[in-house]
Write a protein that binds this ligand. Structure first.
Ligand code: 5GP
Ligand code: ZN
Length: 112
């Protein structure tokens, strides 16, 4: 999508620190990390959020979770949290589906 920040990152128009990439999924470091490890995992197809997941596109979500497991192993994360914000009130600022992978400090003080 033309005006989507993460589509521009996928296209290489905006640089990112890539952690993993294949035909379907990109994982890269968050520009404003909220934990020592803060990686974003995104499908290469534009889906606005979890609320837009359908039977037709849900394979992209499964592929994201395969990559989350792969990245957690390569980053040697023994414990980590996966978060996806849906909608502005939940804190979503980029409307291209993404999963935050957070680790490296105690996360108990946060919501779940
Ligand atoms: P959200 O707030 O939508 O759940 O998460 C969006 C995330 O994207 C934020 O954690 C923010 O720091 C990150 N972000 C925003 N712009 C960029 C960018 O240009 N590059 C990278 N690597 N991360 C970004
Ligand atoms: Zn997009």
């Amino acid at each position: 999508m033309a005006d989507c920040l993460f589509c521009k990152i996928i296209a290489g128009d905006i640089p990112s620190t890539k952690v993993y990439e294949d035909d379907d999924v990109l994982a890269f470091r968050d520009i404003a990390p909220q934990a020592p490890t803060h990686i974003l995992v995104i499908p290469k197809t534009h889906i606005a959020s979890v609320a837009e997941v359908t039977p037709e596109n849900s394979v992209a979500v499964a592929r994201c979770f395969e990559v989350i497991a792969k990245v957690a192993a390569s980053e040697k994360l023994e414990s980590f949290r996966v978060i996806s914000n849906i909608g502005a009130d939940a804190g979503q600022t980029v409307f291209h589906l993404h999963f935050h992978v957070l680790a490296g400090k105690p996360l108990r003080e946060q919501l779940v």
